[in-house]
Design a protein around this ligand. Structure first.
Ligand code: NAP
Length: 492
């Protein structure tokens, strides 16, 4: 498998060219090495990409769904044939473990396959008429869609937007995060090789405030599909409101995990570790607030701390590694600052709370899995997303108490429940404000199951059959079957 970086070109409306914007350096945060420097998109590159997309989209949108589906299937096959290459590029770009980036690449292939199938099998509606006419409701592409993605799972986030948007007949202009632009460019090469018509996909690396903003405000962009932080999402929503443009927002989280005393504690501990510390906690759905029923609190937390201290922190290419480097030294600095805030609030750091001591890891942005106790749910540490390997643990008294504490937060993305009382699990699942609830498991995904958040975690849903419709507009058609003039319009 090729382990070299490509040239510095970006993909502007089907053409590989040097971007005319500021250069973007990609680093391997696990050891600080420079991966490569690519060119960034300029305002003119954005205009060129939009012009080419406008030229290409009508013919693509006019294809039959099964014809578009066949291209998506070839993209899926192209991803599947290049899992190792994609995983390597993404691990170098984000410092995620190869185990994880392989899984993300596999899921991206599945996403293209799924939306090919959805496009090909999505029915149009013949609705019930109330007169002598036929009524139907059909779906049309929106036109040009901007996709803006974060650095934490780039290939999966990209696929989750590009696949349904293309399947629905649109052109897509993708702006990847500045810390992780490389894998999106790999995906563009695969799409091109798969025969995606030129102009339908652009990958425009560049700063969010410049390139991202240009896309959001551009009059020819019909929708923005955004995944990222809540503050950015809010800014985008304002810009979208000015244009009266639909926007979907997949934002941050501070997801509660609830442990009842009757749970299987081994299952719960394994699920909690995976839920917060996999991806080094850099996951929107990380189970970062842990509520444990008071009767088992001391014992359970002690066991959890022991299990956390046994996690293997290491190089992302070491198959034994469970917790790898954070994406960037700046991001580690932000996590460190949060742990200092927690200490200042009176939090007790039960484990971690420091950089990795292993001399082999000193050049990287590693941070130890951290558990903090002794804080109230109203503390800043319990309220704000840290986006790192930091878990805060709190006791609760009973079902009503834990529902109230879980919901007392601006976010509403995900929740985990650990209990062997299935009626209670269902009750609590329904009472929690969250887009996804996992019962006796955590952080499991299926492309056929809708995903999204409420409150500060965003609006709109991705995935599932309805995921296609998020990139289409609905049109109703009435056709007269009577051949008679309307009785109201009488004239001599
Ligand atoms: P971010 O800072 O909001 O950036 C996300 C994307 O938006 C990047 O491509 C960024 O470009 C761009 N951007 C920044 N400012 C912009 C602006 N004014 N206009 C247009 N685009 C702009 O988020 P992040 O730090 O990359 O990602 C972490 C966040 O994403 C966390 O809050 C996490 O919870 C959330 N997330 C949510 C989900 C979900 O499905 N709910 C999934 C994954 C991650 P630059 O990189 O150039 O700044």
């Amino acid at each position: 498998m090729d382990q070299t970086f490509r040239d510095d070109l970006i993909f502007v409306g089907g053409q590989w060219q040097r971007g005319r914007g500021a250069p973007i350096a990609s680093h391997f945060a696990a050891d600080g090495a420079l991966n490569t420097t690519i060119t960034g998109a300029s305002a003119q590159d954005v205009e060129d990409a939009i012009d080419r997309a406008k030229a290409a989209q009508p013919a693509w949108g006019a294809l039959k769904p099964h014809e578009r589906a066949s291209v998506l299937l070839r993209i899926s096959d192209g991803i599947a044939a290049n899992i190792e290459r994609i995983a390597w590029v993404q691990s170098r770009d984000t410092s995620k473990t190869l185990t994880e980036t392989r899984a993300l690449a596999t899921s991206a292939a599945g996403t293209f396959r799924y939306f090919a199938a959805v496009a090909e099998t999505a029915d149009e509606l013949l609705t019930v008429p109330r007169g002598d006419y036929t009524t139907s409701s059909i779906h049309e592409p929106l036109g040009l869609v901007a996709a803006i993605t974060p650095w934490n799972s780039p290939i999966a986030s990209d696929a989750q937007k590009i696949a349904p948007a293309l399947a629905a007949g649109n052109a897509v202009l993708l702006k990847p995060a500045s810390w992780s632009p490389l894998v999106s460019l790999e995906l563009a090469r695969i799409a091109e090789d798969a025969g995606l018509p030129s102009g339908l996909l652009s990958v425009l690396p560049g700063s969010g405030r410049e390139v991202g903003n240009l896309l959001v405000e551009h009059p020819d962009i019909a929708k923005v599909s955004f995944t990222g932080g809540t503050d950015t999402g809010r800014r985008l929503a304002h810009a979208a409101a000015d244009k009266l443009m639909p926007v979907s927002l997949e934002l941050g989280g501070k997801s509660p995990t609830i442990v009842f005393s009757d749970c299987d504690t081994n299952l719960a501990i394994a699920g909690i570790l995976f839920g917060i510390f996999s991806s080094s906690g850099q996951s929107c759905i990380a189970g970062s607030r842990l509520f444990v029923e008071r009767s088992i609190y001391e014992d359970f937390v002690a066991r959890l701390v022991t299990a956390t201290e046994a996690l293997r922190v290491g190089h992302p290419f070491d198959p034994a590694t469970q917790v790898s480097s954070l994406v960037h030294p700046d991001h580690r600095a932000s996590v460190e600052q949060y742990v200092e805030i927690a200490r200042g609030e009176g939090g007790e750091v039960l484990c971690g709370g420091a950089r990795a001591e292993d001399p082999a890891l000193q050049a990287g942005a590693f941070y130890l899995p951290t558990i903090i106790a002794g804080l109230d749910n109203t503390a800043q540490t319990c309220r704000e997303e840290i986006f790192g390997p930091v878990l805060v643990v709190l006791p609760f008294e009973d079902e009503a108490d834990v529902i109230a504490q879980s919901n007392d937060n601006q976010y509403g993305l995900a929740c985990g429940i650990w209990s062997n009382d299935h009626r209670r699990c269902q009750r609590v699942a329904k009472a929690i404000r969250a887009g996804t609830v996992w019962v006796n498991t955590y952080k499991q995904f299926s492309i056929s199951t809708p995903f999204g958040g409420d409150g500060a975690s965003g609006m709109g849903r991705e995935k599932g059959r309805a995921g296609l419709r998020a990139y289409q507009r609905q049109k109703s058609i009435y056709e007269d079957m009577s051949g008679q003039p309307h009785p109201w319009a009488r004239w001599p």
